[in-house]
Design a protein around this ligand. Sequence first.
Ligand code: SF4
Length: 267
Amino acid sequence: MTAPAPQVRPPVPLARWYAAHGRHHLPWRATRDRWALLVAEVMLHQTQVSRVRPVWEAFLARFPTPRDAADATLGDVLRVWGRLGYPLRARRLWLAARRIAACGWPADLTELPGVGRYTAAAVAVQADGSDLPAVDVNIRRVLERVCGRHLGGREAEREMRRVGAPLRGRDRLWALMDLGALVCRSRRPACDECPLRRRCRSRGALPPGPGRRRAPYAGSLRQRRGQVLARLRSERRVAVAELDPGALDSLVSDGLAVRTGALARLP
Ligand code: SF4
């Protein structure tokens, strides 16, 4: 007697998958405040959700509006940013807050320091109800796998509308974002659980695009900069002689530290 063929469940539509499995609990999904969403998008760039969440909450408690951040020193902002990493993001966010406090929100958010095409579209979609497609690295991976080829920027935006239909705006963005994070993961995509599997041309077989390779963190300039910043966050002034000279030079040149004679401090 032959064994019965395994039951293969048909995929549910993307919208139904998202309703059942989406990350609806993420705190920045409960707001339409532009500033709160801009802060979230900047923090989430290259950083995991679990690390961002407590810092995002502390940051908005301390700087609930762009005016609050603009009135603070960059050092205050860096202290709240803490160990989230890539502190140039904090500096650009602070510069953006100053620009918004002085001139209001620009119609084109890419005019703000550190805000690129994806971040501008993602904030407009989540805060203002725009229907713009916003393609980040995870959504791009899903779209390229579904299409079975690498996509150019505008092409990926068109595919986002097509693959995400009939969802629009925030729901389309969040559904594809969550699918990339939870199912169509970079390594080991869970194709059997995927709502897009019937239309997916690659089923996870598409080789990764020419992404940037991250250098090892241990011993890197990034690690040494982090160590110097940690000292500067916890002490008002630190003797230059006690700090890694290369890391301090690099922080000073990025505007993230100030050296006055034999002492260093946050700006
Ligand atoms: S079927 Fe697999 S590769 Fe295709 S979108 Fe779904 S998880 Fe990604």
